[in-house]
Design a protein around this ligand. Structure first.
Ligand code: MF3
Ligand code: CO
Length: 360
């Protein structure tokens, strides 16, 4: 039975493949080098879980024998042994599945990060958002995934590209992007049945001090948000950092959300709210946290197309989004801005000077 358990986990879990996949997607396990060390690390974890699991199974397996020796009727001991075995196997499989889910969801989030990094490579004045949207679709299909926004409630594009006063859900179009535009690119994928959904705001050239600060502060607010036990703690942190501290407008009508096998799952994650309010977060819950922050008024309206959301005062708005997994005393940010930022810095058409003032 011990042998079987090892064989089983070896069959459904391949540490090398997981490590390779992580590496391919710029993923890593914090504190562990990519490549062989990661393979070893995952392998070691698997052994740690598998060995006690296998021993327990073996013990349960011999229980009926012991029971019958002790004079318990054969029927009872067989039933007892079989049932316990099933429960044990169930629990083990469930644990394995949880681990697998988290690995897969990170892959999905990282594929979005990688796609956004590709966008960061090509963004420049003169290119149209539709060309970028096409590229996004191709890149996602090339990575054995599907763009999840396409056809979602009838949404007609692979991505949302929201420029200047467009808050979110902007339709990609033929207009050439211009120097000074701020461009939020929001991308969703389904990879291995699991969703990744995140966004990043780029600036084509220097947007001026005021807007540069809006970009920086919105980006900072996500990092400030990933602490606490209740959804309201996230909401509070975002509102504190953006509205209270800087007087920006926090959009009320649109919120972040749970993420999993569906794009939008419970709970809703507003970007405003009271500390300690809202649902408790359980371990393993994955949230898409997405502050939409307006330079001035928080008021917005939706255009005739039923999607494009704009600021009422036509002042700029900034949108960042991260996929975050709730852990016992921490938050595990599944998406990764590092490859996007690297590409952004390398692209002379993109503004990244605000990094110097970023507070982590
Ligand atoms: N990140 C956005 C959201 O979670 C994008 C959705 S666009 C849609 O709502 F087309 F899919 F709706
Ligand atoms: Co989202």
């Amino acid at each position: 039975m011990i042998g079987f358990t090892f064989l089983y986990t070896a069959l459904i879990f391949n540490p090398k493949q997981i490590a390779d996949n992580l590496k391919q997607n710029n993923g890593f396990i914090p504190g562990v080098k990519p490549g062989q060390p990661t393979t070893d690390f995952i392998g070691a974890i698997m052994d740690k879980i598998t060995l006690p699991g296998a021993v327990l199974l073996a013990i349960v397996g011999i229980l009926p024998g012991i029971a019958s020796k002790l004079g318990v009727t054969q029927g009872f001991s067989t039933f007892f042994g079989g049932t316990s075995l099933l429960i044990m196997v169930g629990v083990i499989l469930d644990t394995l599945q949880q681990i697998e889910t988290q690995l897969l969801m990170r892959q999905s989030a990282l594929l979005v990060s990688k796609t956004l990094a590709e966008v960061a490579k090509v963004l420049r004045p003169g290119i149209s958002s539709l060309v970028i949207d096409k590229m996004i679709g191709e890149f996602i299909y090339d990575h054995k995934a599907v763009p999840s926004f396409l056809n979602y409630r009838g949404y007609p594009f692979n991505s949302c590209i929201s420029i200047n006063d467009v808050v979110v859900h902007g339709f990609p179009n033929h207009d050439p992007l211009r120097e000074g535009d701020i461009v939020s690119v929001d991308i969703g994928v389904i990879l291995n049945e699991w969703h990744g959904d995140h966004a990043y705001t780029f600036s084509l050239g220097d947007p001026g001090e005021e807007v540069a600060q809006l970009i920086r502060v919105t980006k900072e607010s996500i990092e400030k948000a990933v602490a606490g036990n209740r959804v309201g703690d996230i909401s509070f942190a975002i509102q504190e950092h953006t509205e209270k501290k800087y007087g920006y407008g926090v959009v009320r009508e649109l919120v972040g959300h749970g993420l999993g096998k569906s794009l939008h799952e419970d709970p809703q994650v507003p970007n405003y709210g009271k500390r300690g309010s809202g649902p408790k977060m359980r371990e393993g819950l994955v949230l898409a946290i997405e502050p939409m922050i307006n330079l001035s008024s928080r008021k917005i309206y939706t255009e005739e197309d039923g999607w494009t959301v704009r600021t009422e005062d036509h002042k700029p708005s900034v949108h960042f989004e991260h996929d975050v997994c709730v852990k016992k005393d921490t938050a595990d940010i599944l998406s990764n801005y590092a490859p996007i930022e690297a590409a952004e810095k390398a692209n002379e058409n993109l503004f990244s000077d605000y990094y110097q003032q970023l507070v982590h």
